[in-house]
Design a protein. Structure first.
Length: 202
């Protein structure tokens, strides 16, 4: 989840600037739709795990219903939003339809199993990302030169700050600690500072 936020955050914050830097100014109008889609797909990625669970439970008809509901809502939202908001409305419609599909799967998984695999450790980083994204968009992005090197540097800075905040707030899960220990053993890494950090965050 943390990696996903680091991937979509630059597109959400610097969407117009990235398009202008890579594809030139005539395509800059695609910045807002790209930002909307980046946020929408980030939310979708939080919920998408429930689809395979329903499939494993043999609920293919339920999944088909979810896809049909998403398709119908996408068409309806496009009809409502595009005349007023244009391509941004289309991006909103697409994002909401995906969130609807996977949101339904989340509710249905809860119904069939009595629980869902989404834990505080999973959604916490997403909650942390929201105000951090807002702060970067309001106070940092307007002052960043719209050149590709600067955009890459600032995107990396966002990722570093975000990862530090998440680690301090939520620490490392047992799985993450196990992966780090496995990598240490496999590559013969023995760094005292790394061991101290893992102990502090686990």
């Amino acid at each position: 989840m943390v990696a996903g936020v680091c991937e979509v955050a630059p597109l959400a914050i610097f969407s117009t600037e990235f398009i202008r830097a890579v594809y030139h100014a005539e395509y800059a109008s695609g910045g807002r739709p790209l930002a909307v889609l980046a946020v929408g797909f980030a939310l979708k990625n939080v919920l998408i795990v429930h689809g395979p669970i329903l499939k494993a439970l043999g609920k293919s008809k339920t999944l088909s219903f979810n896809s049909a509901a998403a398709a119908v809502s996408n068409v309806a939202l496009n009809l409502v939003l595009i005349p007023t908001f244009g391509i941004v409305g289309a991006a909103v419609a697409t994002s909401l339809s995906f969130v609807l599909r996977d949101g339904l799967a989340t509710i249905q998984t809860r119904h069939y199993l009595g629980t869902v695999p989404i834990t505080w450790q999973a959604i916490g980083p997403v909650i942390v990302a929201a105000p951090l994204l807002g702060a970067f968009a309001l106070f940092v992005a307007p002052h960043v030169p719209a050149t590709l090197p600067w955009l890459l540097v600032m995107s990396s800075l966002f990722g570093a700050v975000y990862i530090v905040i998440v680690l301090l707030a939520f620490g490392l899960s047992e799985t993450e600690v196990m992966i780090i220990r496995s990598a240490e053993e496999r590559y013969g890494i023995d760094i005292a500072a790394l061991d101290w950090l893992v102990r502090r965050l686990s």
